[in-house]
Design a protein around this ligand. Sequence first.
Ligand code: ATP
Ligand code: MG
Length: 284
Amino acid sequence: MNKVLDPQGVRPEGLNDRENWEGPASDGHVFRAGELDLSHKVILYLDDISVSFDGFKALNKLNLAIDAGELRCIIGPNGAGKTTMMDVITGKTRPDEGKCFFGQTIDLTRMTEPEIAHAGIGRKFQKPTIFEHHTAFENLELAMKMDKRVWKSLFAALSDDEYDRVSDVLRQIRLDHEAERPAGLLSHGQKQWLEIGMLLMQEPRLLLLDEPVAGMTDDETERTAELFVSLAGKHSLVVVEHDMSFVEALGGLVTVLHEGSVLAEGDLATVQNDQRVIEVYLGR
Ligand SMILES: Nc1ncnc2c1ncn2[C@@H]1O[C@H](COP(=O)(O)OP(=O)(O)OP(=O)(O)O)[C@@H](O)[C@H]1O
Ligand SMILES: [Mg+2]
């Protein structure tokens, strides 16, 4: 069962206008949503990140740099630390050591999960959290209205611009022909796209996607690759996947994680021919 959110239960915490939105981090440091500093092209920078669970090192001095607009794939065996890495970036897990920066100046290790989301990092979980009883269109509309930077009443009519934004995203996620269909009746793949659309309504700079094509048909997987390629440039994407034909279709740089650190990095052909990668992952 997909999780069904109750729109009645959604309570906005603030009425900040979009341009001037700002919020204090947990330690009082104030950041602005618009202040992302990309002067060195890097949008995400992990420096010697370590995370231990009861003495077991899930991440072990992990280093990673993602350029603005990049579409990066992260691969590696089960337990390599891929999901834990996303947990650190989104503030769900605090690293024991190391730095994690969004742009040049935003220190993610000092921010809470909602603060990180509002700073422009969107994360897609495996189970879509969509409103099953609402149409595809309404789901995107709700996602836009729940965005605290633009919060307005759930009952307020959409402006022409807002209507166009929802329609554009519906087209992007290939649901323009299903706009009026209750989300609960969409296929598994379409629900995944709808959730990606809900993330897009919040205009994230960086999207984190953990095994986005798991359970999709071959056709849906192909269409998802096209969608991600079309999103790169305007957005930066970090995609964790085990499906190598999907990784190939994305065409970006590939980072191989193993035992919590980077084993290899390069285009897919290069890492596929790397003897160490074959031994720990691809050769299995
Ligand atoms: N909350 C936790 N408590 C204890 N151990 C954890 C926790 N989260 C992850 N681990 C352990 O850390 C290691 C890395 O897990 P992680 O989920 O990051 O791997 P992964 O690369 O995402 O694997 P998969 O490909 O199977 O999704 C695993 O050994 C896992 O059991
Ligand atoms: Mg995982």
